[in-house]
Write a protein that binds this ligand. Structure first.
Ligand SMILES: [Zn+2]
Length: 230
């Protein structure tokens, strides 16, 4: 029973980065306990933003107060930052030169708002992160096989992402690959294709392994993506 998935690109640098499956912890209430067991990170050093499908990128400094944001970036080396998801796309970022980490929650709204490019730009503006030093890992999310959207959602995502092979028509709907849209947005931001890892697992098609909001038609379970530099 796989409890975590380690993106090889970021893990090869020696820092911690992982995506969790539904077997990682029994309930969301116990997630910090499970993170302590997995990563040795104390509960009071785990930072998760208050996710609201915004395009806010929070810069974590000494203040640990909860902030409404769907991405976190930081240079702190004593923390584990992360996002939680159940079909939406979790993205982890590491600038190996400037030692900056980021975690991004990209649903269709976040993708249409370009939250990943926004986070990369903020890393560049605040910490001088250059895209060619940045590694990106895109975790399990609902795939093109299973994510049907209306034209308005397709148009909103396409507006920000541009051309690409991340959706196709089915009847009068569209099947959307949000993970691929985010990969293209990372490429458009200047991240090298070689530095991007993307999971090929669909949360909807693997209900025994992942929580899926669309599959379960409920909101309780969450998996996540987490990253820390120590
Ligand atoms: Zn699927």
């Amino acid at each position: 029973m796989e409890t975590i998935i380690k993106p090889p690109n970021i893990n090869s640098t020696g820092i911690r980065a992982f995506f969790t499956s539904r077997h990682f912890c029994k309930s969301h209430a116990s997630i910090k306990e499970a993170l302590l067991n997995e990563s040795g990170c104390d509960k009071d050093k785990v930072y998760l933003p208050v996710q609201k499908h915004t395009n806010n990128v929070h810069v974590l400094d000494l203040h640990f107060n909860p902030v409404v944001a769907d991405a976190v970036i930081t240079k702190r080396t004593d923390v584990l930052i992360g996002v939680i998801v159940a079909d939406c796309v979790p993205v982890l970022i590491y600038d190996r030169a400037r030692k900056v980490i980021g975690a991004v929650h990209a649903g269709w709204r976040g993708t249409a708002d370009g939250i990943l490019p926004h986070a990369l730009l903020k890393m560049n503006n605040l910490f001088n992160s250059r895209p060619d030093n940045v590694l990106v890992a895109i975790g399990p999310s609902i795939g093109k096989c299973s994510y049907e959207v209306n034209t308005d959602v397709k148009d909103a995502v396409e507006n920000k992402t541009g051309k690409g092979n991340y959706y196709e028509m089915r009847g009068d709907k569209f099947m959307m690959d949000l993970a691929e849209a985010n990969r293209i947005q990372a490429l458009n931001s200047g991240v090298s294709e070689l530095n991007i890892w993307k999971s090929d697992e669909c949360t909807f098609c693997n209900p025994d392994k992942f929580y899926s909001y669309r599959y379960a038609k409920e909101t309780d379970g969450r998996q996540g993506g987490f990253i820390g530099m120590w």
